[in-house]
Design a protein around this ligand. Structure first.
Ligand code: ADP
Ligand code: MG
Length: 140
C-alpha cells in the first residue's frame, strides 16, 4: 500500500482529561510520524462543515456541541497504510466495544466522548487534511 497520510483529531474529552501527551506517545510508538499538528477551537459552523456527512443523524447536534466544547488537537499523521492502520489502533466508535489496547478503550469515555477521530478512507483523509491544513503546512 505504501506511505499514506491520515487526519487524526484528539477530541475535547481527551484534551480536558490531559490525555493528549499519552495519545501522541501511543501514535508515535505505533510508528506514525506527525507531519503537522495544531491546537484549535472549532466554531459551530466549522464543526458542522467537518461533520456534514452526519447531518441527518440523530446525534449530529450533540456531536457538534461536543466538538466545540473545548480545544482539540488536529494532526496529520503518516505511516504505511495509515488510514486503515489508524482506524485499527483507534478501536471501535464505542469504547465499551473497542478492543483492549486501543486508544478508545484506553482513553475514551463513551460513544460520543471517544477520545479521537480518524479518517475512514483515503478519499476522506485527503478531504479532511486539506480542511484543516494548507499546502504550506503539509510540506514534508
Ligand atoms: P467514527 O468516529 O468511529 O468514524 P462515526 O463516523 O460513526 O464514528 O461518528 C462520528 C462521531 O460521532 C463518533 O466518533 C462519536 O464521537 C459520535 N457518535 C457516533 N455515534 C454516536 C451516537 N450513537 N451517539 C452519540 N454520538 C455518537
Ligand atoms: Mg467516521
Amino acid at each position: 500500500m505504501g506511505t499514506q497520510d491520515t487526519l487524526s483529531i484528539i477530541k475535547p474529552d481527551a484534551m480536558k482529561l490531559k490525555y493528549s501527551g499519552k495519545i501522541i506517545d501511543f501514535i508515535e510508538n505505533k510508528g506514525f510520524t506527525i507531519i503537522a499538528q495544531k491546537k484549535i477551537v472549532l466554531t459551530k459552523r466549522q464543526a458542522e462543515a467537518f461533520y456534514t456527512v452526519h447531518k441527518e443523524r440523530s446525534f449530529f447536534n450533540e456531536l457538534v456541541d461536543f466538538m466545540i466544547s473545548g480545544p482539540i488537537l488536529v494532526q496529520i499523521i503518516e505511516a504505511q497504510n495509515a488510514v486503515s492502520f489508524y482506524r485499527e489502533i483507534m478501536g471501535s466508535t464505542n469504547p465499551d466495544e473497542a478492543e483492549e489496547g486501543t486508544i478508545r478503550k484506553l482513553y475514551g469515555t463513551d460513544i460520543q466522548c471517544n477520545a479521537v477521530h480518524g479518517s475512514d478512507s483515503m478519499e476522506n483523509a485527503n478531504i479532511e487534511t486539506s480542511f484543516f491544513f494548507s499546502k504550506l503546512e503539509m510540506i514534508k
